[in-house]
Design a protein around this ligand. Sequence first.
Ligand code: NI
Length: 187
Amino acid sequence: MILMKDIVREGAQVLRDKAVEVNMPVDEETKNELKLMMEYLHNSVDEALADKYKLRAGVGLAAPQVGISKRMFVISITDGEKVVFEACFINPKIISYSDECAYLAGGEGCLSVDRKVKGYVYRPRRTKVQCLMYDIEKDTVEEKVIVLKDYLSIVFNHEFDHLNGILFVDRINKKDPFYIKPNSIEI
Ligand code: NI
């Protein structure tokens, strides 16, 4: 089980490296890494477990954040008890994205960044993605093309950045952190 001590923090080189593509077919070791990463997200939003193990809640976790330099990440977004979106992304590629941007009113956070960094992070409001998706339940890997919108597009792009050594803090306007970009909407 992944704990906060296993999560790599800002300053570590692995968070700045460009992660390496996952080889096909996806091996058992890689599948297990994805399972553990997804388990962390589930545990982190389970009140009892999060309290017991002192887990910080997260909606996404990229492999470099657990010290694995592979192009893969997991996303799990829940609304109360209900899962809104959940997937394991392997070797994602951005096919296209909208000029229109979206940003979180409260700014972004990251399990690898312990300090509170204020400011808006602009992400494409729509992102078309090609990737392999690992289905943990079915134990299958399928190639998919999907369009992600609004909050999901923000989360996807945040995780995708981790594969290229970019942290959300890098994307905040240093001179004017709350600068409002034209053609953008607040989420
Ligand atoms: Ni992050």
